[in-house]
Design a protein around this ligand. Sequence first.
Ligand code: HPA
Length: 272
Amino acid sequence: MTEAALKATAFIQQQKPNFKPKLGLILGSGLGDIAKSLSDATVLPYSEIPGFTQSTVAGHNSALSLGDLHGIPTVCLQGRIHYYEGFNGDAVKTYIRTLKLLGVDILFITNAAGSLHQDNPPGSLMMITDHINFQGHNPLIGPNDTDFGPRFFGMEDAYDPELRGILESVSKDLDLHLAQGVYASVLGPMFETPAEIRAFRLLGADAVGMSTVPEVIVARHCGLRVITVSAITNLAAGMSKETLTHEGTLHHGEKIAHDMQRLIFGFIEAIR
Ligand code: HPA
């Protein structure tokens, strides 16, 4: 696995010599346009990067973009893979460890999620404070690669408390409502049953989605600082009369891309 990330890193550095990104940005469903704001951008389709796996999901572009975002050297992952696509943890390890090897220190993850609260409706944003992993899977299963991190490590501060504080004050300055809560990560690809959603709520979840947690696990293992925001695209199963569809989640995702962009740009100004 180290091998794959090393090869990908060498290739990317060849395409954009002397560029050392500080910030990594994972752009979820419908949020890929944020990468268009990079200046002096180099765009590399995943299909050209050795070891990178292309997403098979509509709304995920499968390209890596490198450039300056409001003065911070940034690498954007447009498109991610999910376990339901049939990949194993290696693909996630390669993405995230490549970011680490390129020099990234802070990883800003975005995703689309369903809300378990009527007062965090579609169109709102939620900063993730913690997660519950219902995927029944973990990308670190298998031999540990000590070049990246220890076999056992804590997840108490998986969502960096200092960065969360910064993002909270940025949202207040922007007068942008930013809910906070626990993200339940499920395997998918189907949406949940209403009974599952009631159970998740009892267990302490505030939003539900099919991504992010594998990325956070690999990122924390190799010491990246993580901050994550969910774009709430729908009320979770059984909470409204709407039938859940992927197209529906993309539609709402596009509507909130603008707020997500303001939040990310504000965050960048604050950490610069
Ligand atoms: N459930 C799971 N994943 C999702 C949802 C949902 O309701 N909305 C967007 N991604």
